[in-house]
Ligand binder design. Structure first.
Ligand code: GUN
Length: 295
């Protein structure tokens, strides 16, 4: 029987702990963590993510501000909001939901966020600190993946981690986290991407396979090593007439097909997804207290 890595439960534990710490922080220092969320356009998945992030803030006693702007919003308008939040002492974290509409330069927006309020960890300063192994904000999904691997005591030292996908949000940061020389990582890491000729050649060698490609059930059992641990980052909507909404969520890995061959797996939903929000809340807390004062 494969171990099902319960991201939902881990996320709840982290949130409960943060809720308690937040109460203490408000009492002792009068500081209430504050997160500003900006959504541009009407992508339904992005709208849901932002709503869930704001709800999670409220549940643990943070302040959250949501700004929702139309699809044709100018880059200048977005930059003006960020400038305002950069100066606002009650805002400790700024999150601009990606992707942004094409008239807005994503990198320019990310660069405009103060690195010390960049709770997404996407600013080049935070990415650079991650690569160098220095303290900084770690992008939420990769931080959640590393947390789960450590919590479930999945061996990483000297093991082969294969990451499929090289996005700035998941692939690049998780690869860079897991080869770091420390007790929570120390793996050998390979990244596969669209120019990889024979992805299966690599995935079959993976002790830990991290799939972040966005193609429903792409990875089947023949592409996997016996006893591997599978981290499925995909959140893909597929049509399903038997559900109320007419769709359901599946990962990048064919769960039923691989289940009997593996050591452990993150389900979709309930695996990596809930950890992203938990880590966002953790980064926001960190920002409110100061990175160096968090243990
Ligand atoms: N879009 C998909 N994942 C993320 C995330 O973690 N943060 C932001 N800002 N946008 C995203």
């Amino acid at each position: 029987m494969a171990i099902i890595i319960d991201g939902k439960k881990c996320s709840e534990e982290i949130r409960n702990e943060l809720k308690q710490k937040t109460e203490e922080l408000i009492k002792s220092k009068g500081i209430k963590p504050g997160l500003a969320l900006l959504l541009v356009g009407d992508n339904p998945a992005s709208a849901l993510y932002v709503k869930n992030k704001a709800k999670a803030c409220e549940e643990i006693g943070y302040n959250s501000v949501i700004v929702e702007l139309p699809e044709d919003t100018s880059e200048k308008t977005v930059l003006n909001y960020i400038e305002k939040w950069n100066k606002d002492e009650s805002i400790h974290g700024i999150l601009v939901q990606l992707p942004l509409p094409k008239q807005i330069n994503e990198q320019k927006v990310i660069l405009s966020i103060l690195p010390e309020k960049d709770v997404d960890g996407f600013h080049p300063i935070n990415m650079g600190r991650l690569v160098l192994g220095l303290p900084g904000f770690i992008p939420c999904t990769p931080a959640g993946i590393q947390y789960l691997l450590n919590k479930y005591e999945i061996p990483l030292k000297g093991k082969h981690v294969v990451v499929v996908g090289r996005s700035n949000i998941v692939g690049k940061p998780i690869a860079n986290l897991l080869y770091q020389k420390n007790s929570k990582a120390n793996a050998i890491v390979t990244i596969c991407h669209t120019a990889t000729n024979d992805i299966t050649y690599y995935t079959r060698q993976a002790d830990v396979l991290i799939a972040a490609v966005g193609v429903p059930r792409l990875i089947k059992s023949e592409s996997i090593k016996d006893g591997a641990t599978i981290i499925d980052v995909g959140i893909n909507r597929i049509k399903d007439a038997s559900t109320k909404t007419g769709y359901r969520l599946v990962g990048d890995v064919d769960y039923n097909d691989v289940y009997n061959k593996i050591h452990a797996i993150t389900p979709v939903p309930g695996g990596v997804g809930p950890m992203t929000i938990a880590m966002l809340l953790r980064n926001t807390y960190l920002s409110a207290v100061g990175l160096d004062k968090y243990e």
